[in-house]
Design a protein around this ligand. Structure first.
Ligand code: NAD
Ligand code: LMR
Length: 326
């Protein structure tokens, strides 16, 4: 058996974590041979609820669960963390955009960035789920100057999975036939779901769908899926968000599938002309515990315009939280 690794999860008594923690402890994120110590962070008033979650984790008798820490102190929860899933933040309600949460949530990520900087493993892999995820990831990254910026990522995988699913349904094919979907940019209504390089059962997706459906149905459906879930469920996505977090971390840690891309919000190195330093959704491949942006994808004018629009929104969000960016 391998030595246990430390997995910090914030917002651990919230609705996403109620799916996420149990799947991590079952080995679905890091493998069935990898014991984990769960280091769970909550705000003080939620510690009693967190105690209940920890009791339920105990009651699962997971063979891979090697220990648990429950705390309201990020310095404790992030101590020596190998993985950190930053879920704890307010969710939006009906009629809100995710960036409306910036004021409420941004400060959380400057505090947690500093705590990661001071206490986590130097190789910590950080995934920000709390919205607005890309800009919160930027805040955490900029408050952790001793860590490699590449350690900080934002969750775009839910959008990626949504796009795969819509396309499989439209073309009448299996989800397993859909390869190389891309979501460029921000986890917001400006995100750009791009299927120009996508194949469905070996055929280019653009040959299987109408331009009108692509522009006026598919793209808005994927962009607005989070709001549609909120409208239908009365609460924002939880199990599908936890699933996307598991897929994101699993692929980063253990490698992504050969011949496919995964979308991750990552630190821009200037690829595709996107301003360096933004946390932007790019097509990535993961190998040996590291990610890289897929190079050389051809872009038409339609794609370039959509990528620029979502980049502009990310710059505006960044400029709105300047006071939190050292
Ligand atoms: P929730 O309200 O059910 O749970 C959030 C939890 O975070 C609560 O228990 C709260 O006490 C805790 N929390 C608040 N501040 C904290 C802090 N400073 N430290 C630690 N814990 C803290 O919300 P949820 O449905 O689990 O959603 C969490 C976040 O994830 C929201 O911001 C939501 O919008 C976002 N989200 C993102 C995606 C994505 O694709 N990136 C998908 C779904 C949800
Ligand atoms: C989602 O995409 O489901 C989440 O970001 C929640 C939301 O506010 O839409």
């Amino acid at each position: 058996m391998k030595a246990p690794v430390r997995v910090a999860v914030t917002g651990a008594a919230g609705q996403i974590s109620y799916s996420l923690l149990f799947r991590i402890a079952a080995g679905e994120m890091l493998g069935k041979d990898q014991p984990v110590i769960l280091q769970m962070l909550e705000i003080t008033p939620a510690l009693e609820a967190l105690k209940g979650v920890a009791m339920e984790l105990d009651d699962c008798a997971f063979p891979l669960l090697a220990g648990m820490v429950c705390s309201d102190d990020p310095n404790v929860a992030f101590k020596d963390a190998d993985y950190a899933l930053l879920v704890g933040a307010r969710p939006r309600g009906p009629g809100m955009e995710r960036k409306d949460l910036l004021e409420a949530n941004a400060a959380i990520f400057s505090v947690q960035g500093k705590a990661l900087n001071d206490h986590a493993s130097r190789d910590v892999k950080v995934l920000v789920v709390g919205n607005p995820a890309n800009t919160n990831a930027l805040i955490a990254q900029r408050n952790a100057p001793d860590l490699d910026p590449r350690n900080f990522t934002a969750m775009m995988r839910l959008d990626h999975n949504r796009a795969m699913s819509q396309l499989a349904e439209k073309t009448g094919k299996s989800i397993n036939d859909v390869k190389q979907v891309i979501i460029w940019g921000n986890h917001s209504a400006t995100q750009y779901p791009d299927v120009h390089n996508t194949s469905v059962a070996g055929t280019n997706a653009m040959e299987l769908i109408e331009q009108d459906w692509y522009e006026n149905d598919f793209i808005p459906t994927v962009q607005q899926r989070g709001a549609a879930i909120i409208k239908a469920r009365g609460a924002s996505s939880a199990a599908s968000a936890a699933n996307a977090a598991i897929f994101h971390m699993r692929d980063w840690a253990l490698g992504s599938a050969d011949g496919d891309y995964v979308t991750m919000g990552v630190y821009s190195d200037g690829s595709y002309g996107i301003e360096e330093g933004l946390i932007y959704g790019f097509p990535c491949v993961c190998k040996n515990g590291d990610w890289s942006i897929v190079p050389g994808i051809e872009l038409n004018d339609f794609s370039k315009a959509k990528m620029a629009a979502t980049e502009t929104e990310l710059k505006e969000e960044r400029d709105g939280v300047k006071h939190l960016l050292p």
